[in-house]
Write a protein that binds this ligand. Structure first.
Ligand SMILES: Cc1ncc(COP(=O)(O)O)c(C=O)c1O
Length: 383
């Protein structure tokens, strides 16, 4: 079944009968002229909305921001040069000396590395890997200013109870931010569940063709303005107009790509789940118990990502299996039209590591080659 909402499909297409070019012009200008200096000064006070200088606002980037805000049900959105641009500017803007951040679940590695850099400036952080609300509540401190999480995570796709986390945060005046990259704005709408800010790497599914980088933050006009003033303008990780144009083009086919990738990844996940050489498949639609209940409550479907722990003797055997695949490229990142495989570990973690990321875990990003071809490729590599 197609998990995409029909209204979202129209937003992605920017459908309508407004006269003019179907795609917006690429406004390749770094600055904008005004009639008078007074007008320029007035515009500078509203630099997040008015095009003054493209390190602030650019018309092509603005069109993408407005479309993403509509998809997320947000008052405002700001686009960045990359997902890390959005994440680092947001953390930098919201946090000050003495603040604590609680990171819940599996978090993208460089996000934690950025938090480690913030420690040098008096911002502390801690991590909670449990998905239970009691454990998350117990990990809060009087200094916690922000709860930051990913759901689904991007390796094992574990889900966290979004509405419950946001409710305990709100009751204590703590902000919440979620990295919604895996779900995309089409499969999960965290703002409707009480989140304050949603972050994206647009590099993955929104771009969809492995040819551009981008990031975004969406939320209330007030919070996005805060990120704009205290993060975006100062760190300067701004999106270029051509990248915004490519991402608008990517958005137009996102619903069609995701519907196909969702169906094909599920077929691949089911095939692997039944294979004797597979110990465990990680895919939210195959989860049981509380995870299955969260999937039904929070998500409309899952994207083209899955991972599996293989019944192979060691890390080297998992890599050898990955190398035997012919249709899955060996590359990092995910979300494009080409299928990819990657390992959870660059080097062998050994048999005694903590086990959250199994030694023989491989992640698959299912592209558009078709489930049948991908399954027969997996079959030959596992034989
Ligand atoms: C879940 C997640 N968030 C954020 C990022 C960072 O995005 P970018 O590479 O666009 O900076 C990535 C990149 O892999 C990611 O997987």
């Amino acid at each position: 079944m197609n998990p995409i909402d029909a209204e979202d499909e129209l937003i992605c297409l920017r459908a309508g009968d407004v006269a003019g070019p179907v795609m917006p012009p690429i406004v390749q200008a770094s600055l904008f002229r005004f009639e008078t200096l007074e007008e320029l000064h007035g515009a500078q006070a509203r630099e997040n909305e008015v095009c003054v200088y493209s390190r602030g606002t650019n018309p092509t980037v603005r069109e993408l921001e407005e479309t993403l805000a509509r998809l997320e049900g947000a008052e405002a959105a700001k686009c960045f040069a990359s997902g890390m641009g959005a994440i680092s500017a947001t953390l930098f803007a919201l946090l000050a000396e003495g603040d604590h951040v609680l990171f819940c679940g599996d978090i993208y590695g460089p996000t934690i590395e950025f938090a480690q850099r913030l420690e040098d400036y008096g911002v502390t952080h801690s991590r909670c890997f449990a998905a239970g609300i009691e454990e998350i509540e117990a990990a809060l401190t009087p200094a916690t200013k922000l709860i930051y999480f990913e759901s689904p995570g991007s390796m094992r796709f574990e889900l966290l109870p979004i509405a419950e986390i946001c409710a305990i945060a709100k009751a204590r005046g703590i902000l919440t931010a979620i990295d919604n990259t895996v779900a995309t704005p089409l499969l999960q709408k965290p703002l409707t569940m009480g989140c304050d800010l949603v972050l994206h790497s647009l590099t993955k599914y929104v771009g969809g063709h492995s040819d551009t980088l981008g990031g975004a933050v969406a939320g209330s006009a007030e919070l996005v303005e805060c990120v704009f003033r205290r993060g975006y303008m100062l760190t300067g990780a701004v999106m270029a107009p051509f990248d915004a144009w490519l991402l608008l083009r990517g958005l137009a086919t996102l619903p069609a790509r995701l519907a196909r990738q969702h169906a094909d990844a599920l077929a691949v996940a089911r095939f692997l789940a039944d294979h004797p050489k597979v110990r465990r498949v990680f895919h939210p639609a195959l989860a049981e118990g509380e995870q299955a209940a969260l999937f039904a409550r929070q998500m409309r479907g899952h994207s083209g990502l899955l991972s599996a722990e293989f019944d192979l003797p060691d890390h080297a055997a998992a890599l050898a299996f990955g190398n035997r695949l012919r249709l899955f490229g060996k590359a990092i990142s995910w979300g494009g039209v080409e299928s990819l495989v990657s390992s959870a570990h660059r080097t062998d973690p050994g048999p005694d590591h903590d086990g959250r990321m199994p030694r023989t875990l491989l992640r698959f990003s299912v592209g558009l080659e078709g489930a049948e071809a991908l399954i027969s490729d997996l079959e030959q590599a596992l034989a």
